[in-house]
Design a protein around this ligand. Structure first.
Ligand SMILES: C[S@@+](CC[C@H](N)C(=O)[O-])C[C@H]1O[C@@H](n2cnc3c(N)ncnc32)[C@H](O)[C@@H]1O
Length: 147
């Protein structure tokens, strides 16, 4: 949902599911990654990415028919899922690569999540009910892609 170019050829979009569902207002929700995979056990070699954008489910309680569940899913074993997911993101990152981690503290506070992960970020929102962040990457001229 948050990608400006959902077909960006430089991105491997990964999710654990591919599905379409109807939200309560009749809107269609389409989850259509180009790779099906589990962030706790990714099928990528070590150090294979310069940047990882990790946006795991932030809910631990959500009714299976709710819009939030349909859109974002939920964590079953949140401590373990987030710890293993973080370790996997770090494993697939190249040296000096960047991990962008998105969180929304509706149900679990950022502080609690950082404790569970066991690593302190360089910077980020310390609290928020609405997460907003942006990242830009300057690409070399020869790629012919806009910067
Ligand atoms: C907050 S949403 C991500 C939304 C996404 N950033 C976007 O722009 O559309 C969280 C997603 O994580 C997926 N997910 C849940 N558990 C996962 C796992 N173990 N591995 C990979 N994806 C998982 C859910 O299916 C859900 O689509």
């Amino acid at each position: 949902m948050f990608w400006y170019d959902k077909d960006n050829p430089l991105v491997d979009f990964m999710d654990i599911r591919r599905e379409e569902c109807i939200l309560s207002d009749g809107q269609l929700c389409i989850v259509n990654p180009n790779i099906i995979g589990d962030f706790t056990n990714m099928d990528f070699p070590d150090k294979s990415y310069k940047m990882v954008v990790w946006d795991p489910p932030h809910l631990v309680y959500a009714g299976k028919t709710s819009n939030l569940y349909k859109l974002f899913g939920k964590l079953d074993d949140w401590r373990n899922d987030l710890k293993k997911g973080f370790e996997e993101c770090m494993r697939v990152l190249d040296d000096y690569g960047v991990l962008i981690f998105k969180w929304s503290d509706h149900q679990l506070k950022v502080k609690t999540v950082i404790q569970a992960i066991g690593h302190v970020p360089l910077f980020g929102h310390k609290t928020s009910r609405h997460t907003i962040w942006m990242a830009f990457m300057k690409l070399p001229d020869e790629t012919g892609l806009p910067v």
